[in-house]
Design a protein around this ligand. Structure first.
Ligand SMILES: NC(=O)c1ccc[n+]([C@@H]2O[C@H](COP(=O)([O-])OP(=O)(O)OC[C@H]3O[C@@H](n4cnc5c(N)ncnc54)[C@H](O)[C@@H]3O)[C@@H](O)[C@H]2O)c1
Length: 440
């Protein structure tokens, strides 16, 4: 790993490769980047662009912006390409997604019209509620991987790109339990040769990226790089990987509230979460197999934060339910309700209700930006394999097998900022603070 001035500088163009480039998250991200580059919008929600990092002691008052303290690519140096099952250009796709107002889309239109999705690697067995026409004709796994690599090579050449990052913003694939073929790189490569049906499209994209030395981020809950075979490949090729499932609406709220309840040692009887959602993501999740993938990802956070095994009196027996209902009239403007049954002193019950009228893609777009920029930096710093310090951005953060994932948003943020401090050669901040009082 490289630190400080040894980290390779962010020079030249950064190519952002997006499977699912025609989706709501992607087109909202792309439109926003263009508006920000033109000075017409602020990068709200983006830690890399708006966040600061305290360096040194409190009295030093050194609190630069993150983007001014670590070597990140500039938004002006980013170029974009990607795949989608639907052939519409970025502008048409953004209209279809229905997230942004016309006045925003009109400004971004020339840029968005230049984004033409490459034919996708697609297998309907993994996304039952979707059928499109922009699909690669090759049929074997190995041919499809070669076709993805050829797209990447053409893009790099045409756009004169010096580095790339790939981020999966494609639909949630059907639930898949890791099996023998995912358990090691050699098994996986045998599976590729045999066209093993347990290898979904997202893994073909990921394999293509990692074998080209391109960092891979998984924004959806499907396994993708969260299998031993991909971890082995990432280490072998010295590429960073991270996933999975962007932490946006309801789970973001959950990982903000649950640490607070636990900090005050308040008990929990139950947490019922339900959502209505009407975009294409909602339609895909209306299929039970895709929903199961999402459900698994959403359920993990509470158990992990509350540690029922350690705090059995408080959290030993709580009921946790998550539901998502497809309701087209709402489009991307999801509504998420949480009914939280807590108890306090002497066991007296209390209730908390959360009604979050959020906009899914508006919350997800800045995460895409941050993740791309941080993963590009990780690659230049020669950080390989799982980038656990980016757990902050995920519902179901990937980590080493012998560890448990960290879900608490505040621990995640501290981990992220301390990693940045470490990389730039600054002291870690533990928030101990006793030294101000006891050490002259
Ligand atoms: N919006 C959020 O807040 C949020 C949060 C967490 C995770 N996610 C996940 O991010 C992903 C994108 O969300 P979205 O709202 O943009 O969904 P979306 O349905 O609007 O976009 C997904 C796009 O992926 C395309 N696609 C599907 N399979 C593909 C393949 N094999 N290759 C290339 N393209 C493919 C679809 O055609 C579609 O255009 C979903 O998996 C979603 O679950 C979104």
């Amino acid at each position: 790993m490289k630190r400080g001035g040894d980290i390779q500088k962010a020079e030249g163009k950064l190519g952002v490769l997006i499977p699912g480039i025609g989706g709501a998250v992607s087109t909202t991200f792309l439109s926003g980047v263009e508006m920000i580059r033109r000075g017409l919008a602020l990068p709200i929600g983006s830690l890399t662009q708006m966040g600061t990092i305290r360096l040194g002691k409190r009295y030093e008052k050194r609190v630069p912006k993150i983007k001014d303290s670590v070597s990140l690519a500039s938004l002006d140096d980013m170029v974009f390409g990607g795949w989608d099952v639907f052939p519409e250009d970025g502008y048409q796709a953004a209209i279809q997604a229905g997230v942004l107002r016309n006045e925003n889309l009109d400004v971004a239109r020339p840029f968005l019209e230049g984004i033409k999705p490459w034919p996708a690697v697609f297998n309907q067995a993994y996304v039952k509620n979707l059928s499109g026409s922009n699909i690669k004709s090759q049929t074997s796994h190995l041919e499809l991987i070669d076709a993805i690599k050829a797209d990447i090579e053409t893009f790099k050449r045409e756009q004169k790109v010096s580095r790339c990052v790939m981020i999966w913003c494609g639909s949630t694939e059907a639930y898949l339990k890791p099996s023998e073929v995912h358990s090691s790189l050699s098994n996986f490569e045998t599976g590729l040769k045999n066209n093993d049906p347990s290898i979904p499209p997202s893994m073909l994209y990921a394999y293509a990226a990692l074998t080209c030395g391109i960092p891979y981020i998984n924004g959806a809950p499907n396994l993708s790089v969260d299998i031993p075979a991909m971890e082995e490949l990432a280490e072998k090729n010295q590429v960073p990987i991270i996933g999975k499932d962007f932490k946006t609406g309801q789970t973001l709220m959950k990982t903000i509230l649950a640490p607070g309840l636990k900090a005050r040692m308040l008990g929990l009887n139950g947490w019922y979460s339900t959502n209505i959602l009407g975009n294409r993501d909602g339609m895909v999740l209306d299929d039970q197999d895709s929903f199961k993938t999402k459900e698994e990802s959403k359920l993990g956070s509470l158990e992990n934060i509350l540690q029922p095994d350690i705090y059995s009196d408080l959290y030993g027996n709580f009921y946790h339910k998550v539901a998502i209902n497809y309701y087209p009239p709402r489009g991307d403007e999801k509504e998420g309700w949480d009914c939280i049954d807590i108890f306090g002193w002497m066991g007296y019950p209390m209730q908390i209700k959360v009604d979050f009228l959020c906009r899914d893609s508006i919350l997800a777009a800045p995460l895409v930006l941050d993740l791309v920029l941080f993963m590009d930096m990780a690659q230049r710093a020669e950080m390989t394999g799982i980038q656990e310090w980016l757990s902050f951005y995920f519902k179901s953060p990937q980590c080493m097998e012998k560890l448990y994932p960290e879900h608490d948003l505040f621990i995640q943020l501290m981990k992220l900022k301390n990693t940045l401090r470490y990389l730039i050669g600054e002291e870690q901040i533990t928030h101990l603070g006793l030294d101000y009082y006891y050490e002259p």
